[in-house]
Design a protein around this ligand. Structure first.
Ligand code: CP3
Length: 344
């Protein structure tokens, strides 16, 4: 029944009654009902309280009419049991107090039982499936190994990823060991999410576009191929990155049923280069949601023209919705995608 949902059909490049849309970071601070729940918990507590995480996962379904839910969690949660000292401090984003600096730090990470260490996530998945009652499919997710490694090595966000790039060039063996460990953990993590009820998966390689194409090919692509080959074959997988115009063919080669694009490339060029044997997701600039409705609607029209009616387009932003975005702007986006692509 929900196998027939437009979102899942589009992932498989089957015809749909309207172009499905969901929005990255659709559960978040721009929503007043999210902020109300968040007043009662720190961010990590919210992730670790399945009832509350379920509530904020479902909020945007009711409020926006999107075609998929995404599990409320964070890509960095897996780094906590790896003992990297994950902290979300209000205001300045996530940091890792015990980052990887030397090759020997990689071997110091414990081997973990993901089913146990992240049990709260799988419990949330189960609760969300019940709460959604088949209305829309649930997307599970994980950070891709490069993006996780970048946080682990930098100790937080970064402007130029100097420490990560030095590490991968200077210590290729330790880098490959780190990536292989992150692949193992990610496969286990996503497999548990699917067992718990996730109906699609997204791998967030948010910062991989910072790499030169030859470094992507040598330091990341082989690990991504291994990762994709080990994921459950039963659910579609979205492979997302930003700033990837220089490596998009290599990302498609690595794997994924759906390739995520951001706004620095046109959807038509991105899709042509990814190949029409894949679906694509994206790719509006999140800042357009601050514009007056007629502008948002014209951007949606242009986006759908780029997709040219080809089956296998999932509408989305090219990256997460920004804090402070007007909720009505997001609603306008969702409605316009449905209106302009629908048969009603
Ligand atoms: O998309 C969703 O609605 C599902 C939940 C989700 C969150 N983070 C919740 C969150 C998802 C899929 C993520 C993924 C994530 N987390 C990524 C990949 C996507 C991307 O944006 O590139 C990254 C890089 C992170 C790491 C992270 N978590 C950062 C950099 C930050 C701080 C920046 C910010 O927006 O505050 C977080 C915190 C975070 N994760 C928030 C939310 C709703 C804000 C926390 C709060 O309520 O204060």
């Amino acid at each position: 029944m929900s196998d027939d949902a437009p979102f899942l059909r589009a992932c498989r490049r089957q015809p749909v009654p309207h172009t499905p849309i969901w929005v990255m970071r659709q559960a978040g601070r721009y929503l007043p009902e999210y902020r109300a729940v968040r007043e009662r918990f720190s961010f990590l507590e919210l992730c670790k309280t399945p009832e509350a995480a379920c509530e904020v996962t479902v909020q945007p379904i009711d409020r926006l009419g999107v075609d998929a839910a995404i599990l409320f969690a964070d890509i960095l949660l897996v780094l906590e049991p790896l003992q990297l000292g994950l902290v979300f401090s209000p205001g300045d984003g996530p940091s890792l107090e015990n980052p990887i600096r030397r090759p020997e730090d990689v071997g110091r990470m414990p081997r973990i039982d993901v089913g146990d260490a992240l049990a709260y996530v799988f419990e949330t998945v189960g609760l969300v499936r019940s709460a959604l009652a088949g209305r829309v499919p649930l997307i599970g997710f994980a950070g891709a190994p490069f993006t996780l490694a970048a946080y682990a090595i930098e100790g937080g966000g970064s402007r130029n990823y100097l420490a990560t790039k030095r590490f991968l060039l200077e210590y290729p063996d330790a880098w490959n060991d780190l990536m292989a460990r992150l692949v193992d953990v990610t496969v286990e993590y996503l497999t548990h999410q699917v067992r718990a009820g996730a109906q699609a998966l997204q791998l967030f390689d948010s910062w991989v576009g910072h790499l030169a194409p030859d470094d992507y090919r040598s330091a990341v692509l082989p690990h991504m191929k291994t990762l994709f080959s080990r994921l459950p074959p039963t659910v579609p997988v979205i492979h997302f990155g930003t700033g990837t115009a220089g490596i998009i063919e290599a990302m498609a080669e690595a794997g994924g049923d759906v390739v995520g694009l951001d706004w620095r490339i046109t959807l038509s060029e991105g899709w042509r280069r990814v190949g029409y044997d894949r679906a694509v997701q994206g790719n509006l600039d999140p800042t357009i949601l601050f514009a007056p409705f007629p502008i948002i609607r014209s951007k949606v029209r242009a986006l759908l023209e780029e997709a040219a009616g080809r089956p296998g387009h999932i509408a989305n932003l090219g990256h997460g919705v920004l804090p402070g975005t007007p909720v009505d702007g997001v609603r306008c986006l969702v409605d316009a995608v449905h209106e302009f692509s629908g048969d009603t």
